[in-house]
Ligand binder design. Structure first.
Ligand code: 16G
Ligand code: ZN
Length: 529
């Protein structure tokens, strides 16, 4: 009989007949006007998932770095991770059911997963600053309440803040206080303690310029500023008061265009960073004294963080297995540097946070970053316990101090998902502790020139890849053509993959010079047609 209530409350959120959408790499994403029914139904699915896992489930309304007119939704699983892959199919089926099929599709999910509908459920909802997000999150709430579930609307939050809250709620506060205030307190405490361990601490605050992409990250950073006072001084640009979300700014714009965002007047040698539209990605950059732009992307961030952690591990003499996980987009120089200089094993995963996260969980310490700036560090229980132990019983002061630094890194990093605010604080602390300027950090290794392009084809699914998207297996002959092209350039590499978020095929190429990387990327595009 509860399903009758569902059908009644579904009417105002009716699905446009014939509209088909997919739960993609990061949930559903399309123009906001097509999403009302999807939101309502993801409210329903979150309740089922909550009953199934006997945990709090999150629903985040955002389309991240996509244009302001778009929106999207993704579910957050109990430990703050992405929705389990088996349930992505349920999400797609539910979103695509015509009104008269809704009851059947719901019943099938309940049967197939033996969901006890008497089980209590709780859904936590968050949204970004898009104009469409408020009414879309109301549609989620309508879905949740039509199945008589409890919920809490956290309102405007960054994606990683919602992931953090879900993890806190499901670990009885073990990960921290399940509030935004708790998030600020946890991160600012760890950041201050870390910075205070630097020899020259106590002087002027660290200065940083932040491009907030006119989004939620800017809003939340303003809220957090008072917690960081006297230690970190932030000059905020694109802070959402006037500008359009992600328009000519934000992490994705800077990474793809390889140039500075609009809305800030860059001063030579000063450090800048950009968040994306839901603040789960960050990239750094600066102009040198000749006004040449330099980008420090996810690969540079992964290198900085892994070097720092590796050095501390050597000091505490713990035998913990550490690895770095990247994607095919990782610059060849970064992979070489990590493997040959830092001597950490590097693994390549498919694009999309869930794939990297999953791989990183195999190690005691798994550092993962996509080149686009999404990443974090995962510490196993064993690693956390051994480090904690040493902060209390470390044989020497030096060991204790290094263990305390590691413990602060553990508390500062958002282990549930990549988090622009948390990553920014980790990076700033490391730079401060190591006495590095952004230029010095940049000089650790030199990126190979590279180019990303996209090609629109009739059906992007004709391209199938293997080897973590580095090789194509379909259509026949394409990989051979790419291999031939790559051979004609020095230090070259190229691959193509169907996008998981847009109806395009993406092309990536790198080579010894920018001209060669551009030329190779163009030729590979032509081979895709
Ligand atoms: C999504 C992914 C991001 C990935 C991007 C690739 C999450 C939370 N986000 O934004 O990690 O890099 O898609 O997009 O998983 P593409 O498939 O269109 O290249
Ligand atoms: Zn994002």
């Amino acid at each position: 009989m509860y399903l009758e209530a569902v059908l009644r409350s579904s009417a105002p959120h009716a699905k446009p007949t014939g509209l088909i959408l997919q739960y993609g790499t990061a949930g559903f994403r399309t123009k906001a006007e097509y999403l009302d029914h999807v939101m309502y139904r993801m409210g329903l699915l979150a309740v089922l998932r909550s009953k199934k896992t006997k945990s709090v489930i999150g629903v985040m309304v955002t389309a991240s770095h996509n244009p302001e007119e778009d929106n999207g939704v993704k579910l957050v699983d109990p430990m703050g991770e992405m929705l389990a892959q088996e349930w992505e199919v349920y999400a797609t089926n539910l979103a695509n059911a015509e009104e008269h099929e809704l009851q059947l599709v719901l019943t099938n999910i309940i049967k197939q997963d033996s969901i006890n509908m008497q089980q209590e459920s709780f859904v936590a909802i968050g949204r970004d600053t898009r104009p469409s997000s408020e009414s879309l999150s109301c549609a989620v709430i309508d879905g949740v309440t039509s199945l008589d579930s409890k919920f809490h609307d956290y309102g405007l939050v960054t994606t990683p803040q919602l992931h953090y809250i879900i993890c806190c709620r499901n670990t009885d506060g073990g990960y921290g206080e399940p509030t935004i205030e708790g998030y600020y307190q946890k991160l600012s405490k760890a950041f201050k303690e870390l910075v205070q361990q630097a020899p020259g601490c106590g002087g002027e605050p660290i200065c940083l310029n932040v491009d907030g992409a006119n989004g939620i990250g800017a809003l939340k950073l303003k809220e957090m500023e008072s917690y960081l006072q006297s230690v970190l001084s932030i000059q905020l640009f694109n802070d959402s008061s006037k500008g359009k979300l992600n328009y000519m700014c934000g992490a994705d714009y800077v990474k793809v265009q390889q140039k500075s965002p609009e809305g800030l007047d860059m001063k030579p040698a000063e450090p800048y960073c950009s968040f994306d539209g839901d603040a789960d990605r960050i990239v750094y950059y600066y102009n040198d004294v000749n006004n040449v732009f330099h980008l420090l992307d996810g690969d540079k961030i992964a290198t900085l963080i892994s070097t720092f952690i590796k050095e501390l591990l050597l000091k505490v003499n713990l035998n913990l297995k550490m690895a770095v996980v990247q994607t095919a987009y990782a610059n060849g120089s970064s992979t070489r540097y990590l493997e040959e200089v830092i001597k950490v094993p590097v693994y390549c995963a498919k694009t999309g946070v869930k794939h990297l996260h999953h791989k990183a969980q195999e190690f005691d310490i798994g550092v993962y970053f996509e080149a686009n700036g999404h990443g974090t560090v995962l510490f196993s229980k064993k690693a956390e316990e051994q480090i904690k132990q040493l902060t209390q019983t470390g044989a020497t002061e030096k060991i204790k101090k290094a263990a305390e630094m590691l413990e602060n890194v553990i508390n500062l990093i958002n282990q549930t998902v990549g988090d622009a605010i948390s990553d920014m604080l980790v990076i700033e602390a490391i730079l401060f502790l190591k006495g590095l300027t952004i230029q010095k950090w940049d000089e650790i290794y030199t990126d190979l020139p590279n180019r990303q392009l996209k090609v629109t084809v009739a059906d992007r699914k004709v391209i199938e890849t293997t080897d973590a998207e580095r090789q194509t297996i379909k259509p026949p002959g394409l990989q051979e053509k790419i291999d031939e092209l790559v051979k004609t350039y020095s230090m070259a590499r190229a691959f193509v993959r169907p996008s998981g978020t847009e109806d395009v095929v993406r092309v990536y190429a790198e080579a010894d010079t920018q001209e060669n990387a551009d030329a190779l990327a163009h030729k590979v595009c032509l081979a895709v047609f």
